[in-house]
Design a protein around this ligand. Structure first.
Ligand code: GDP
Length: 297
């Protein structure tokens, strides 16, 4: 099974409820909308997000002027497609670059979500855009994490700045930025330490790193498998640290995909990239329209 498979199938069932209607009314839209709501919840979209979504679709579909020959089913699919797109931010949200000095991109997120992998992928992506990149390893709690970043750096041929495990993360980030200026790098990717769960130490450390290097982008790496908790997770990182966007990883798995639909709604911040595999090339800019099409099958 692929991500969104179940959601696509469930939505098909919603449209079917309109098969014998010749126009959408406030009455006959109730059943399909119940199906849409259930489909979203089953896909791990959080309840408030699913509720708002259904309310919006409903009010847009009822009484809408429709061109001759357009069946109610098609009409509803179109409204849902537009609303899905809007939910995910309408347009591609490109990376923002700093006008002076290196652009600092901080990668944050829980342990195991694919942060370090995403750093390597992003480094390669930026390199292909002719940017000179430096990666900085600040996860001093797991020596393996530093080794992993160094290995990925070799793989994509991007240098990695590290100070082992004895220095403090904000200091490593600061010195990494200084090194980036010295080698005239365009972008600094700071890989940070995750924890198994949200906790104060992690948030405080991120705040300190933020203060030390004033990032242009703070990208929260979110595992698509996270499920219902994704909304709360995104909201607390955004409240505590202030994110500028997200990278949604592991979309190649068979997650139900709800996280993709909740990030923007709960934080106001867009998904900027998706990761779909372990390979360094498996990173794509996030296009809400394409994702909506994928969901609608
Ligand atoms: P971190 O602890 O957040 O730095 O996570 P890692 O980058 O070490 O990734 C944890 C695991 O997830 C590793 O085994 C990665 O190879 C794997 N991983 C990362 N991104 C993806 C992805 O997009 N798809 C798949 N299938 N695996 C991924």
């Amino acid at each position: 099974a692929a991500v969104f498979d179940q959601l696509s199938i469930s939505l098909e069932n919603a449209w079917k409820k309109l098969a014998n209607e010749d126009k959408i009314t406030s009455d006959n839209i109730k059943e399909p909308m119940k199906e849409v709501r259930r489909a979203l919840l089953e896909a791990d979209v959080s309840l408030p997000v699913a509720r708002r979504f259904v309310t919006n679709v409903q009010s847009k579909a009822i009484g809408q002027e429709v061109a001759k020959g357009v069946k109610p089913q098609q009409q509803l699919i179109k409204v849902v497609a537009d609303e899905l797109k809007a939910l995910m931010g309408l347009e591609l949200a490109p990376l923002v670059y700093s006008r002076i000095g290196p652009t600092v991109i901080l990668l944050a997120g829980l342990q195991g979500v694919g942060k370090t992998t995403a750093a390597g992928k992003l480094a390669l992506y930026l390199k292909k855009q002719d940017k000179k990149v430096l990666m900085v390893a600040t996860d001093v709690y797991r020596p393996a994490a530093i080794d992993q970043l160094v290995t990925l750096g070799k793989q994509v041929d991007v240098p990695v700045f590290e100070m082992g495990t004895t220095a403090k993360p904000p200091e490593i980030a600061r010195k990494g930025l200084a090194e980036a200026k010295r080698i005239k790098a365009d972008v600094v990717l700071v890989d940070t330490a995750g924890r198994l769960q949200i906790n104060k130490d992690m948030m405080n450390e991120l705040k300190e790193i933020k203060k030390a290097v004033k990032p242009t982008e703070i990208l929260l790496v979110v595992d698509a498998m996270t499920g219902q908790e994704a909304a709360g997770l995104v909201a607390s990182f955004n409240q505590e640290v202030g994110i500028t966007g997200a990278i949604l990883t592991k979309l190649d798995g068979d997650s139900r995909g709800g996280a993709a639909l909740s990030v923007k709604e709960v934080s106001g911040k867009p998904i900027k990239f998706t990761g779909e595999g372990e390979a360094m090339t498996a990173l794509e800019p996030f296009y809400p329209e394409r994702m909506a099409q994928r969901i609608l099958g």
